[in-house]
Design a protein around this ligand. Structure first.
Ligand code: FES
Length: 110
């Protein structure tokens, strides 16, 4: 079961960009698309751990800055010929505040 944790306002995330949230155990990249959809992935590419938060967002995917793998923001799956999956976390936006759904394994936001 998820615990909804308020983490950041929508306005603090640049459109087509991201902000990094630090939890006890990992960095989570929170992305905002051109349509103000919000997605959260572990900030580690399934290829070699590149910082997805520094990638370029297009549509609902992000291109890893290291070797250009394209990662689907909703599923965390690599697109095209590449295979791998980044951890994804549920998000919701209420009254301009972004909430992250953390489960027991992902611990608390620092
Ligand atoms: S580490 Fe992301 S594509 Fe290689």
């Amino acid at each position: 079961m998820s615990n909804w944790t308020p983490i950041i306002t929508l306005e603090e995330i640049p459109q087509l960009g991201s902000r990094v949230i630090t939890t006890d155990t990992m960095n989570v990249a929170v992305f905002r698309t051109a349509k103000d959809e919000v997605f959260a992935l572990r900030d580690a590419c399934p290829h070699k751990g590149g910082p997805l938060s520094q990638g370029i967002v297009h549509g609902t995917s992000v291109t890893c800055p290291l070797h250009n793998w394209k990662i689907d923001l909703a599923s965390g799956e690599a697109l095209g010929p590449d295979e791998g999956c980044a951890n994804v976390f549920p998000t919701k936006v209420e009254d301009g505040m972004v909430f992250l759904g953390l489960n027991d394994q992902s611990a608390d936001v620092a």
